[in-house]
Design a protein around this ligand. Structure first.
Ligand code: HEM
Length: 146
C-alpha cells in the first residue's frame, strides 16, 4: 500500500466509525446473501460479532503504517479463523462483501482511488491471515520472528 492509500483508508474509515453498527449489520447481510453457507459458521450474537469485526478493522487501519505490530496480530487472527472452519476461498467472498458495504455506506465518498486503497488493504489483511492459518506458530515465537 502507498502512503496515499493508507491516508485514503483512514479518512474513509473515519466516516464509517459513527455508523459502525449499521455498517457491520449491512456487511453480514451482504456476506450471507453472497454465500448463505457461511451463516452456520457463526454461532454467537451477530451484533457482538459486528462490534468485534469493526474493532479489528479499526485497529488494523490504525496500524497500517506499522507492519511489525500489525502482521503478527493478523497471523494470529488467521490461525484462529482456521479453527472457525474458514477456508481460503471464503476470503474472496468476505472481501467482496466488505467492498460492497463500503460502497453502500460511503456513497459518493467511495471514489475509485478509495476503492483501490481498500482492495489493497484487504489484500494485505487476507493474505496475512491466510499465512497465519497455514503455519500456526505459538504467539511468543511469532512476536520474535516478526
Ligand atoms: C478482514 C478479515 C477478517 C477480520 C478482520 C475478521 C475479524 C474477526 C474477529 C475480530 C472475530 C472474533 C474472534 C477472534 O478474534 O478470533 C472473528 C470471528 C469469526 N470470523 Fe472473522 N474476520 C475476517 C475474515 C473472516 C472470513 C474470511 C471469514 C469467513 C467466513 C470469517 C468468519 C469468522 C467466523 C466464523 C468467526 C467466529 C464466529 C463465532 O465463533 O461465532 N472471518 N472474525
Amino acid at each position: 500500500m502507498t502512503p496515499e492509500q493508507i491516508t485514503l483508508v483512514r479518512s474513509s474509515f473515519a466516516l464509517v466509525r459513527p455508523i459502525a453498527p449499521q455498517a457491520a449489520a449491512l456487511f453480514y447481510d451482504n456476506l450471507f446473501a453472497a454465500d448463505p453457507q457461511l451463516r452456520p459458521l457463526f454461532h454467537g450474537d451477530m451484533e457482538h460479532q459486528g462490534e468485534r469485526l469493526m474493532k479489528m478493522i479499526g485497529g488494523a487501519v490504525e496500524l497500517l503504517d506499522r507492519p511489525h505490530a500489525l502482521l503478527p496480530v493478523l497471523r494470529n487472527l488467521g490461525a484462529r479463523h482456521g479453527g472457525y472452519g474458514v477456508q481460503d476461498r471464503h476470503y474472496d467472498t468476505v472481501g467482496a462483501a466488505l467492498l460492497k458495504t463500503l460502497g453502500q455506506g460511503l456513497g459518493e465518498a467511495f471514489t475509485a482511488p478509495t476503492r483501490d486503497a481498500w482492495a489493497a488493504m484487504y489484500g494485505v489483511v487476507s493474505r496475512t491471515m491466510q499465512e497465519g492459518a497455514e503455519i500456526p506458530v505459538e504467539p511468543a515465537r511469532l512476536a520474535v520472528v516478526a
